[in-house]
Design a protein around this ligand. Structure first.
Ligand SMILES: *[C@@H]1O[C@H](CO)[C@@H](O)[C@H](O)[C@H]1NC(C)=O
Ligand SMILES: *[C@@H]1O[C@H](CO)[C@@H](O)[C@H](O)[C@H]1NC(C)=O
Ligand SMILES: *[C@@H]1O[C@H](CO)[C@@H](O)[C@H](O)[C@H]1NC(C)=O
Ligand SMILES: *[C@@H]1O[C@H](CO)[C@@H](O)[C@H](O)[C@H]1NC(C)=O
Ligand SMILES: *[C@@H]1O[C@H](CO)[C@@H](O)[C@H](O)[C@H]1NC(C)=O
Length: 176
């Protein structure tokens, strides 16, 4: 089989699309914030090519006065968390439809990640507690005990894609 140069670039694009991303884990549709309190934003980053730092803003299209409310500047991607102060949103009178965005530190329109929409409950409400997904079993003895898809399947899909990508590179070089 002979790979053309366009095929080669298609694989490059596919490999990039498949990996670069930051996932916002907390808050989310399952995890609310509480107005006028501190909270710890959590995220996952699996690609070394993800941006190293970002800014965090709180937004809600139903609360125009909020605009993009700055929660953190210069959050460090590799830390996977940052503590923030949730504003007192009593005046907004809206508890639903909030989200946070991670942006380029110098350019707010360059958005790296957007959270699911979440609630900001009234000041004094109990906080939500993040429960990490159960890690895949490492023992190997009971690998079939859970039917749930796990992170390791995503990882192996990525490894497979990377291997495919490497083959495409070699094939493309041989074709030139
Ligand atoms: C916000 O928190 C501060 C300090 O804990 C408290 O004094 C204030 O009353 C709170 N505001 C509201 C609206 O709950
Ligand atoms: C937050 O990040 C710091 C620095 O990487 C780490 O020491 C700490 O354990 C993290 N906390 C949480 C709740 O993940
Ligand atoms: C900011 O980011 C947006 C979206 O990526 C881009 O279109 C725009 O050119 C950037 N502005 C500057 C000043 O870099
Ligand atoms: C596998 O799971 C069974 C039942 O949950 C348990 O009795 C057994 O000890 C487990 N084996 C290993 C290797 O973890
Ligand atoms: C982060 O992503 C990796 C790879 O997708 C996954 O294995 C891991 O469980 C994730 N961590 C959390 C806390 O979701």
């Amino acid at each position: 089989m002979k790979y053309t140069i366009p095929t080669f670039f298609a694989f490059v694009c596919l490999a990039l699309l498949a990996t670069a991303k930051i996932d916002i884990l907390y808050p989310s549709k399952d995890y609310w914030l509480v107005a006028n309190s501190t909270a710890t934003i959590l995220w996952n980053s699996t690609d070394p090519s993800d941006p190293q730092r970002f800014s965090i803003f709180l937004i809600n299209p139903n609360v125009p006065d909020l605009k993009q409310y700055a929660l953190a500047n210069n959050a460090i991607t590799l830390n996977h968390n940052v503590s923030i102060a949730v504003p007192d949103l009593t005046k907004a009178g809206v508890q639903q439809g909030y989200s946070i965005i991670f942006t380029n530190i110098g350019n707010i329109t360059d958005v790296y990640a957007t959270s699911e929409t979440f609630d900001v409950k009234a000041s004094g409400s109990p906080p939500s507690t993040y429960a990490p997904p159960t890690p895949p079993s490492t023992s190997g003895g009971n690998s079939s005990s859970t039917g749930k898809p796990s992170g390791s399947e995503i990882v192996s899909a990525r490894m497979y894609l990377s291997a495919f990508f490497a083959v495409a590179v070699v094939a493309a070089m041989m074709a030139i």
